[in-house]
Write a protein that binds this ligand. Structure first.
Ligand code: ZN
Length: 505
């Protein structure tokens, strides 16, 4: 048995000014510039909490021969450069063309390239077109819950399994579900059949957490269907900061040789989601109100009482895991204006400032423009740096390995990084995007978040994976950025209409 195992993961925010060249896909690679391949890719992902890690594990357990032509994963950003897509899709198609019994793909599901609004559908279509035999080869696909599902994905994949948690702490389990169904098919023990569909609704990311309703119940129903015999059942809440026709919610159910049941279960999930659509709408609190509330929540308890943990301020408009520039200064600026101290902020993306801090050295005092280097033309905003004075406390090469529940064991790289203390706020300044969902990122810069009174995070939901247990309280702060939760700021030109809540259907 010969398997081709590969990864191509990118969530595209079509409003993001952050470019997406091939080098951005080198997240897990030891060197810069290109995603890892072959033995290096296997070494990077074997034993990690990723879907590709699960595929490798299944192949090794089954004693299968397998190749990993590419493992490419990039933090969300603007449309993927054509050259990057051609490189990654090309590696995968070349490997398949050499012959295999099945293909296992760790994809995202919301990839938009310069040419294709449906990057995953285009990859699958190309695999099917390689040769007559590839029209029938089983293809198992693990997808992110933020998939924007196109028919080309459903029509060309044999089995689709999606994450059932947000924060995504079940990537590995999703890989197992997709991979086991394909291995069962190869062994003649199952005949996967799949049904999929969409609803015209754009759930807000801030209302999509799988600990919150209505997604908790939707995902629980998926798990129940699997307990009742589905090979995989998935509700994709979709990624709304993408102006493409099929952004939004969808569902896929795979059964063993029972297309009518797959259809019925898929429709049940879609109907459940539609009934609950108003619960996916997010109400935005004005920033000034959020800051005042955070200060009230952080008020000291009785003298001598232990501190309860930080009040977490979520800068949800500028999260790099939704394609944010991670350099807007609105929320950090409001913290400075309010005089909040005993605080940490993770992070401000500013390679230029990080270089200046490294050149000045630990202990140096600097005055410089921080953040705001990137304009955001899609939402009509110019970057606005803030002049700050602070002291360089620590420097790091920015490399760390996750030890929390999300993507456990995977390598991360925030590039040349500095801990810069400004008026009682420890600001992490980074040169490559990472979302703060793992305590290892803080450890790399010597930040002890549990000891802070205020903790500002550029995150929406993923921070809960590693940091929720520390939080005394959470305040969602509407700053500025291209992953704004305010749909009124986004020009939706290509998304199909009518769609809820843009239209009150
Ligand atoms: Zn996601």
């Amino acid at each position: 048995m010969k398997l081709v195992i590969a990864q191509m993961k990118h969530e595209t925010n079509t409003y993001s000014p952050v470019p997406t060249p091939l080098a951005r896909f080198a997240t897990g690679a030891a060197g810069p510039a290109v995603p890892s391949e072959g033995a290096a890719a296997v070494a990077a992902y074997r034993g990690t909490g990723s879907a590709i890690g699960a595929f490798i594990e299944l192949a090794e357990q089954a004693g299968a021969e397998f190749t990993v032509p590419v493992a490419a994963s990039a933090w969300p950003s603007g449309p993927v450069h054509d050259a990057a897509f051609e490189h990654i899709a090309g590696r995968i198609c070349e490997a398949v063309a050499k012959g295999c019994d099945a293909v296992l793909l760790d994809l995202h599901g919301a990839m938009v390239t310069e040419r294709f609004d449906d990057g995953e559908g285009e990859l699958l279509r190309r695999i099917r077109a390689i040769a007559p035999w590839t029209r029938e080869v089983p293809i198992g696909v693990a997808l992110d819950m933020h998939t924007n599902l196109y028919d080309a994905m459903g029509a060309n994949a044999t089995v689709i399994a999606g994450y059932q948690t947000y924060p995504h702490v079940d990537m590995h389990g999703t890989g197992l579900r997709a991979g086991r169904a394909i291995l069962a098919q190869l062994a003649g023990k199952a005949r996967p059949t799949m049904a999929w569909g969409r609803q015209p609704m754009l759930p807000h990311v801030m209302r999509q957490g799988s600990d919150d309703e209505p997604n908790r119940t939707l995902q629980a129903r998926c798990k129940a269907m699997e307990a009742e015999g589905a090979l995989a059942a998935s509700v994709f809440v979709g990624f709304p900061n993408a102006d493409i026709e099929f952004a939004g919610l969808s569902a896929v159910v795979v059964t063993d040789n029972d297309p009518a049941l797959a259809r019925r279960w898929c429709d049940e999930l879609l109907e459940m989601a539609w009934r609950e659509r108003s619960k996916f709408v997010y109400r935005i609190e004005p920033l000034a109100d959020s800051m005042a509330r955070a200060q009230r929540l952080a008020a000291d308890g009785p003298p001598g009482a232990p501190r309860a943990g930080p009040v977490v301020l979520l800068d949800h408009s500028d999260n790099c895991a939704s394609g944010g520039t991670m350099d807007t200064m609105t929320v950090l600026g409001a913290m400075l204006d309010a005089g909040l101290t005993d605080a940490a902020a993770f992070a401000i993306f500013d390679p230029e400032a990080a270089r200046a801090m490294a050149a000045a050295g630990i202990g140096a005092e600097l005055t410089l423009p921080l953040g705001g280097k990137l304009d955001m033309p899609a939402i009509g905003l110019k970057g606005q740096p803030r002049i700050v004075t602070g002291r360089v406390r620590r420097l790091s090469d920015g490399r760390y390995r996750n030890f929390g529940p999300m993507a456990r064991g995977e390598a991360n790289n925030m590039g040349l990084s500095a801990l810069f203390e400004v008026a009682g706020i420890e600001v992490a300044v980074i040169s490559d995007h990472v979302e703060p969902h793992d305590l290892a990122a803080f450890a790399a810069l010597g930040i002890a978040p549990q000891q802070k009174r205020f903790l500002m995070l550029k995150s929406r939901v993923h921070w809960r994976a590693g940091l929720k247990p520390l939080a005394h309280a959470v305040v969602e702060c509407a700053g500025t950025g291209v992953c704004t939760s305010d749909y009124d700021l986004l020009a939706f030109k290509k998304v199909r209409r009518p769609i809820y809540p843009l239209e009150a259907i």
